[in-house]
Design a protein around this ligand. Structure first.
Ligand code: B1M
Length: 233
């Protein structure tokens, strides 16, 4: 680490800097991540490119070593904190695109699950695309989703789960919506690393979103269809 203390991040070319960011994310170095994000933006990288190539890719590498027992929860928490530092800088840039308002989404991570980085990314990208987003945070029981639907009357309900043990909870939420006769009032989109399309079908969601960009495109598609249906009625 000592040699890194003197490293002038500005002196690195883009490829070297992105590689360094992957290392810094791995080491949970929030200030270095923040500085590097600024450097890339000053070099005219788009916020989305910084997000995907530097931050998300760095977190993917962290995930592999977490899985393999090389990194543990405290280190991964530091990495997550560094990632959030970078996202905090990018957020206003991704959100202020001046896009016309397309609709409203309530989103939250399901009960038992405290992973929120992916959900936060989805929220940011959806806001950037013109959606109003009500973010319920983590560890949401069905009652919290239902209360938010009642209060905000969104077009879309988004649910996130990162654990194989928590993803079945999405079905609890959707089944409860069916019992209350409100399932078809909303487009239900689900996402999270362990999910797939078959799972989304099985729990009765409208679509699985592989990543934040797909979430935006999927949401836009459903909104366009809704408007067409309303127009035809
Ligand atoms: Co967690 N964790 N974790 N963890 N963690 C995973 C998920 C894991 C795959 C790691 C591994 O083993 N390789 C593994 C799950 C295994 C499994 O279930 N099969 C795991 C485990 C086991 C655990 C604990 C149980 C560990 C323990 O305590 N022993 C524990 C559980 C805590 C709990 O939730 N109850 C735990 C804890 C943690 C930390 C707190 C340390 C930290 C979370 C910090 C935070 O989020 N604030 C953490 C992290 C960071 C991870 C990894 C390394 C990274 C997750 C992440 O942020 N990815 C993760 C490994 C991995 O996923 N490969 C792991 C970056 C993010 C941009 O991607 O979240 O996939 P992702 O989101 C994407 C898409 O999935 C999609 O779009 C996003 C953006 O493109 N998407 C949506 C996500 N949500 C969406 C919602 C939508 C649409 C799209 O709605 C419309």
């Amino acid at each position: 680490m000592a040699e890194d203390d003197d490293l002038d991040l500005n002196s690195l070319d883009d490829d070297e800097l992105v590689k360094q960011m992957h290392d810094d994310l791995y080491d949970g170095l929030k200030e270095e991540i923040e500085e590097s994000v600024h450097i890339l933006l000053n070099r005219n990288w788009t916020p989305y490119r910084v997000l995907t190539e530097a931050l998300v890719e760095g977190m993917r590498i962290v995930g592999i070593d977490f899985r393999d027992g090389i990194l543990f929860v405290p280190e991964v928490l530091l990495a997550a904190n560094a990632m959030k530092g970078g996202m905090f800088i990018l957020r206003p840039l991704l959100v202020e695109t001046g896009a016309p308002k397309l609709g409203t989404m309530v989103i939250g991570t399901v009960k038992g699950d405290i992973h929120d980085i992916g959900k936060n990314l989805v929220s940011m990208m959806m806001e950037g695309a013109g959606f109003e987003v009500i973010d319920l945070g983590i560890n949401n029981p069905v009652e919290k989703y239902l209360a938010a639907l009642e209060e905000h009357k969104p077009d879309i309900l988004g649910m996130s789960a990162l654990l194989t043990t928590t993803m079945p909870y999405m079905k609890v939420v959707i089944d409860t919506m069916k019992e209350k006769g409100i399932r078809d009032d909303y487009v239900v989109l689900v996402g999270g690393a362990p999910l797939n399309e078959a799972f989304a079908d099985a729990v009765g969601a409208d679509a699985y979103c592989r990543d934040a960009a797909v979430a935006v495109e999927t949401a836009k598609g459903f909104m366009a269809r809704r408007h067409n249906q309303k127009g035809a009625a």
